[in-house]
Write a new protein. Structure first.
Length: 546
C-alpha cells in the first residue's frame, strides 16, 4: 500500500482538536484580532506574486499547531513523496497520479514502473506546439484551402471543464481563433453551435481520455455527420483531431493515428488540462502562454513539495477546510473570484474537489465515520454580492468563503478596478465584523429614525459577523499565475484526501448512473425491457407516450 491508511479520528491531534474546538468555537474573530497586533502577519503567506491572508479564520496559534500535527500524524509528508514519486497512489484503479509530471521541466526524471515519463510528455508538448503554431498562423488549412477560424472542443467533465475554464479565464490573451465547447449530450447544445459554424473553417478537437464516453461520442458523431453533409467524408481527416489514451477506439471512430494527441493512464480526467486535453487552450492563447500556465503550476507544485507545512499554502488551506468541515460541521464552502474572467472557476473546482473527495469508504476499505468532501459553490464578485451573499452574512449556516482577487486589472481601468477591489476588501471585513446592536441603533438614530421604528428594525439589521474568509490576492491574472492558482487547489484536494484517508483519484460513484442510462436507452429504443420501481416506470411511460 503506497499511501498511509490512518484513520484521522484515531490520532492524538484529532482528539486535541475536538477539545480545542470546544474552547474556541464561540470566540469572535474581532476578539482574536484585538488580542494580537501581529495576527494579519502571523496568519498570512507571501509567495511569488501571491499573498494568502488566512487571518480572518476562526483559528489561533493552537489551532494551527494542532491542524499541522494532524497533517503530520496522518503522514502527509510521506504521502507527498509517494505522489510526486510516481507510486501507484490511485490504488483502486492501479495507477500513479502524475499530472504534476505534465508541468515538470523536460530535464526532470519522473519514473512510472521504472520508466522515465518526461521524454514522452516532452514529445507530446512538441506535437501540441507544432500543431498550434500551424493552425494559428494559418499554415494548416481546411479542405478548401481556407485557414481555420473556429475550434470546437467536444468533451465532457475533465475533458471540457478545465479547457473551458482556462480559455475563458485567459480570454485577454487569446488570438483570432474562436473556441467553442460542446459537452452536454443534450442535442440542443451541439446543434445550437453547429448552426453558426462554417464547415470550411472549423476544426473539431474530440477530447476523451477513454474515448468511450456516451456524451462525447454522440456529439462527435453528430458533428462528423454534419461535417460530411456540408463538406465530404474524405475531408474529415483535415477537420477532426482527437485527444485520448484509447488509440484503437479513436481510429475505429475514423480519426487517423497521426491526428491523435495521446495522454496516459496516470493523468486523471479532472487533472488533465495540462496534457494534450489542453489543446484548445493552446490553440486559443498560443503555445507560449500554455507553457507559462504549466510553469506557474509547476512552481506551485515545488512550493507544495518543499515548503514546511507552516508556510505551505495548499497545506494550510486544506487543513482549514478540514477544520470547518470536521469540527465546525460546515456544510459547504464558497469560492468567490473577484474577476469576471474566472466565472467558470467554481464549476471547474466542483469537479476537481467533489469528484475527488466525495467518498465514504476509507483506504482500508471501511466505511468512514466522519465527514469527507466539501460542497463547493460560487460565482464571481461583485455579482455574487447581489445574489447569495445575504445568506452568508445573515443566514443560519456557517459558510467559510475564499476570496480571490487581483491587484492589477488587465484593461487597466483603474476606476473600475478600485471599485471592484473596494468591494473585495469590504466583504471580508463585513463578514468578520458584522454589525452589533449598538452600531445598528446608532446608525438608525443618526438618520432621525423614531424610537419605535428603531426597536422594530434593530433585530433584522444586526449582523453577527464572525464569518470566516481567506483572501488570495494575486498581482495579475496571467497564464502563469492562473497555473499556480489551479495547482494550489489541486494540491489542496490531495491534502484533504490524505487526511480523510480516502482515495481521491477514482470516481466509481459516477458509474451506476451511466450503466442504468444505457439500460434505459435500450428500453426507449425498444430493444430490451427491464423492471423498474413504480416511479421510474411511470416517468418512462409518460416520456414514451407521444
Ligand atoms: O463521468 C466522470 C468522468 O469519468 C470524469 O472523471 C471525466 O473527466 C469524464 O468522465 C470524461 O471522461 P473521458 O475523458 O474519458 O471522456
Amino acid at each position: 500500500m503506497a499511501l498511509p491508511t490512518i484513520n484521522p479520528t484515531t490520532t492524538k491531534a484529532w482528539e486535541a482538536l475536538q477539545k480545542h474546538y470546544e474552547s474556541i468555537k464561540k470566540t469572535h474573530l474581532k476578539d482574536l484580532f484585538n488580542e494580537s497586533a501581529s495576527r494579519a502577519n502571523d496568519f498570512s503567506i507571501a509567495w511569488e506574486d501571491f499573498y494568502v491572508d488566512y487571518s480572518k479564520n476562526r483559528i489561533d496559534q493552537t489551532t494551527k499547531k494542532l491542524l499541522l500535527d494532524l497533517a503530520r500524524e496522518v503522514k502527509l509528508d510521506e504521502a507527498i513523496q509517494h505522489y510526486f514519486g510516481g507510486s501507484t497512489i490511485n490504488e483502486t484503479e492501479g495507477r500513479a497520479v502524475l499530472h504534476t509530471a505534465l508541468r515538470a521541466p523536460s530535464t526532470h526524471e519522473i519514473n512510472v514502473d521504472c520508466k522515465n515519463v518526461v521524454p514522452e510528455v516532452t514529445a507530446v508538448k512538441k506535437k501540441i506546439k507544432n500543431f498550434c503554431d500551424q493552425v494559428i498562423s494559418g499554415a494548416l488549412k481546411g479542405h478548401t484551402g481556407k485557414p481555420f477560424t473556429d475550434i470546437v472542443n467536444i468533451g465532457i467533465g475533465g475533458s471540457d471543464l478545465g479547457p473551458a475554464m482556462i480559455t475563458e479565464a485567459l480570454a485577454f490573451y487569446k488570438n483570432h481563433l474562436k473556441v467553442h465547447f460542446i459537452s452536454n449530450v443534450d442535442g440542443d447544445h451541439v446543434h445550437q453551435h453547429l448552426k453558426d459554424l462554417d464547415p470550411e473553417t472549423t476544426l473539431f478537437v474530440v477530447v476523451s481520455k477513454t474515448f468511450s464516453t456516451q456524451e462525447t461520442l454522440s456529439n462527435a458523431t453528430t458533428a462528423r455527420k454534419w461535417f460530411i453533409e456540408h463538406a465530404s467524408k474524405d475531408a474529415v481527416g483535415k477537420h477532426f483531431v482527437a485527444v485520448s489514451s484509447n488509440i484503437p477506439n479513436v481510429t475505429n471512430f475514423g480519426i487517423e493515428e497521426q491526428n491523435i494527441f495521446p495522454l496516459w493512464d496516470w493523468v486523471g480526467g479532472r487533472f488533465s488540462l495540462w496534457s494534450a486535453v489542453g489543446l484548445s487552450i493552446s490553440l486559443s492563447i498560443g503555445y507560449e502562454n500554455f507553457a507559462s500556465l504549466l510553469e506557474g503550476a509547476h512552481n506551485m507544485d515545488e512550493h507544495f513539495k518543499t515548503t514546511p507545512f507552516e508556510e505551505n499554502i495548499p497545506v494550510i488551506l486544506g487543513m482549514l477546510s478540514i477544520w470547518y468541515n470536521n469540527f465546525f460541521n460546515a456544510e459547504s464552502e464558497a469560492i468567490i473570484p473577484y474577476s469576471q474572467y474566472l466565472h467558470r472557476l467554481p464549476a471547474y473546482l466542483q469537479q476537481g474537489i467533489m469528484e475527488s473527495n466525495g467518498k465514504s469508504v476509507d483506504r482500508n476499505g471501511k466505511e468512514v465515520t466522519y465527514q469527507t468532501g466539501t460542497i463547493i459553490w460560487g460565482e464571481p464578485g461583485t455579482n455574487a454580492q447581489h445574489a447569495f451573499f445575504q445568506l452568508i452574512h445573515q443566514g443560519t449556516k456557517l459558510i467559510p468563503a475564499e476570496f480571490i482577487g487581483f491587484k492589477y486589472a488587465l484593461f487597466e481601468d483603474q476606476d473600475h478596478q478600485d471599485k471592484l477591489m473596494a468591494n473585495f476588501f469590504a466583504q471580508t471585513e463585513a463578514l468578520m465584523n458584522g454589525k452589533t446592536e449598538s452600531e445598528v441603533i446608532e446608525e438608525l438614530s443618526s438618520k432621525n429614525t423614531s424610537d419605535e421604528k428603531i426597536k422594530q428594525l434593530t433585530p433584522f439589521k444586526i449582523f453577527e459577523g464572525n464569518k470566516p474568509t481567506t483572501t488570495v490576492l494575486i498581482d495579475k491574472l496571467t497564464p502563469k499565475s492562473l497555473g499556480a492558482l489551479v495547482s494550489m487547489y489541486e494540491q489542496r484536494i490531495f491534502v484533504q484526501g490524505i487526511v480523510w484517508n480516502i482515495f481521491s483519484y477514482d470516481q466509481w460513484g459516477v458509474e451506476l448512473g451511466k450503466q442504468l442510462a444505457t439500460k434505459i436507452l435500450s428500453e426507449i429504443n425498444k430493444t430490451e425491457s427491464y423492471q423498474h420501481d413504480s416511479s421510474t416506470q411511470n416517468l418512462l411511460k409518460r416520456y414514451l407516450k407521444k
